[in-house]
Write a protein that binds this ligand. Structure first.
Ligand code: GAP
Length: 551
């Protein structure tokens, strides 16, 4: 990023302000808002759609289009190929049986018998508290920054005390998960009036169910995909047979996924409909660890190259207890979202070493998805009973003649999570001069130019003396190349500010001098510096500055 106009520390990121800006300036709206909204669903407005498209396009361009298969990129064990697919959201139901999603893709939930609310078991946290000999475990449904404060409020309300009586409460032990409490009759649910109303945890499958065709019977049941990855695995053979790709290679896909999250929250962070950007990278089993390392580093560097600050971004290796049923190693790229308590990070992308789990499962099916190593289910005759496709999804190396089931490394990113992280990272407040040179506070979205929804705005300084005609002409020319905005209304300082608020990196102003020498100023959003450039060089100058190091 370019030097910032402000001296001193960046503004504290406030989720409230970011959400309000997103709504006010057309980044994000609640889905079906005029009907009261639908929890867990979000619409992107005119600015948001450009931002998200830019993220997806940057990902596709950097990972697929611009990838040069003839040379190994820095850190890669070898040169590799990349191709893409676009597969359906509804797939054969057997896909989800074999992938393990049908049996294992669930969260544990608890219901409150009193309020009829439902919570994710792992998200309910609480603390033991005693007042006048009565001891309860007060809880909140919380990952937020105010858990301690919320617990105090819950306890005060339960014991009918005022804030100034808080010191009469006797707290026992730290904040703990609900699972730490054996006697549920002492648990005060997050919204309940009396203790003992939470049910025992139950499994809740996160896949949305639907029916294919006119009959809504079980035999026609199907699911909206909870990940785009399976569309890639089931097409592994098609891609091999229809292209000349050879291992190592990756197949990329961007598309919608759906999860019936029990508690969608934190703006778009956990939505029920979202977009994923996934790569399944197929390699020789002996090389898979090296490729896993490569993709961890490569993906981390991608976010940094687009302006996510390294101190809010981290790469964290999963402990064995955190690994998915298919994974023998996973690292998360995480971002310190402002809605989380200080020091806590939220997942942006997972890079998983999936071994041969998926291809082998789609070949053979298996007895128990949680069992490792894989076991093939045997029929009464002692022969394998195929629950997979029965198709041979192994790979034959033409040079060595070796046949094997490839291992897979999967960098799996969320487009909406990335958009949210870029929005949070971009948000800033500082001071900038107004038309009279007086410093005024401004809100500025410091998007990387590649991601900015509008790349350039064009203004005539004033609406006279031929400036409008020239400005409109520049606008018409630039529109052919990029997203461009024309504005001739109000003081120019106000026009700059409106562009700063949506993160437009460059503003071109046609002024009196333009009429003499056909030069314009290009004002930089971050440095506030103005460069004078001949009109016919505007696009070249801007194009140069729009590039990121990845390009
Ligand atoms: N194929 C592997 C897979 O789907 P995941 O960790 O469940 O792995 C990958 O999802 C990414 O998808 C996450 O890192 C996140 O960015 C995004 N994602 C997952 N669930 C999401 C949700 N409910 N809302 C928004 N994004 C989500």
């Amino acid at each position: 990023m370019t030097t910032q106009a402000r001296e001193g520390a960046p503004a504290v990121k406030s989720m409230e302000k970011i959400v309000s800006l997103c709504r006010r300036r057309g980044f994000l709206f609640q889905s079906s808002e005029i009907y009261g909204g639908l929890n867990g669903f979000w619409d992107y407005g005119p600015m948001g759609v450009e931002l998200k498209r830019n993220i997806k396009e940057a990902w596709w361009y950097d990972m697929v289009t611009s990838h040069n298969e003839l040379v190994a990129p820095p850190g890669a064990p070898a040169p590799y190929q990349m191709v893409g697919v676009d597969t359906t959201i509804i797939m054969h139901p057997q896909v989800w049986k074999v992938s393990g999603h049908y049996d294992l893709f669930h969260d544990m939930m608890v219901d409150c018998r009193e309020t009829k609310r439902r919570y994710r078991y792992d998200q309910v946290v609480g603390r033991w508290v005693e007042y006048q000999g009565r001891r309860v475990f007060v809880t909140v449904d919380g990952e937020g920054p105010t858990v301690e404060q919320d617990l105090l409020q819950r306890a005060l309300k339960f014991f009918n005390l005022r804030s100034k009586q808080a010191d009469q409460l006797h707290w026992d032990g730290p904040v703990q998960p609900l699972s730490s409490v054996e006697d549920r009759s002492l648990v005060l649910g997050p919204d309940a009036k009396e203790p003992g109303t939470l049910t025992e945890p139950r499994e809740f499958n996160l896949m949305f169910k639907t029916y294919v065709g006119a009959l809504a019977g079980e035999e026609n049941a199907a699911f909206l995909r909870p990940e785009t990855a399976q569309g890639i695995f089931v097409n592994f053979k098609n891609v091999l047979d229809s292209t000349r790709v050879k291992i190592p290679f990756g197949i990329a896909q961007v598309g919608k996924s759906f999860r019936n999250e029990i508690t969608p929250r934190h703006f778009t962070f956990r939505s029920r409909e979202f977009e994923q950007m996934e790569i399944e990278f197929f390699c020789h089993p002996e090389q898979s660890q090296a490729w896993y390392q490569y993709w961890r580093n490569r993906r981390f560097a991608w976010y940094v190259s687009l302006g996510l600050a390294s101190d809010r971004l981290r790469l964290r290796e999963h402990g064995p207890e955190e690994l998915s049923h298919y994974s023998t190693g996973t690292a998360d790229i995480e971002y310190a979202f402002p809605f989380l308590p200080p020091g806590k990070f939220g997942e942006l992308e997972g890079i998983a070493h999936r071994g041969d789990f998926d291809l082998r499962s789609h070949m053979e099916g298996k007895l128990d998805p949680s069992t490792r190593p894989l076991q093939v289910e045997l029929g009464p005759d002692g022969k394998p009973r195929w629950r997979g496709s029965g198709k041979d999804l192994s790979y034959r190396d033409e040079t060595t003649g070796e046949r094997y089931v490839p291992h897979v490394v999967e960098p799996s990113a969320g487009a909406d999570r990335a958009a949210l992280a870029f929005l949070c990272e971009a948000y800033d407040e500082d001071q900038a001069p107004d038309d009279k040179g007086k410093m005024q506070s401004r809100t500025v979205m410091r998007f990387h130019p590649r991601l900015a929804p509008i790349k350039v705005a064009v203004f005539p300084l004033v609406k006279k003396e031929g400036m409008v005609e020239i400005a409109r002409d520049i606008y018409a020319q630039l529109k052919k190349h990029t997203t461009c905005f024309y504005d001739e209304k109000g003081a120019v300082g106000r026009r700059y500010r409106r562009q700063d608020e949506v993160g437009t990196p460059f503003c071109i102003t046609v002024d009196g001098q333009t009429l003499d020498d056909r030069t314009v100023t290009i004002r930089d959003r971050d440095t506030l510096q103005q460069q004078r450039v001949p009109i016919d060089q505007c696009w070249d100058v801007i194009q140069q500055r729009l590039r990121s190091p990845e390009q």
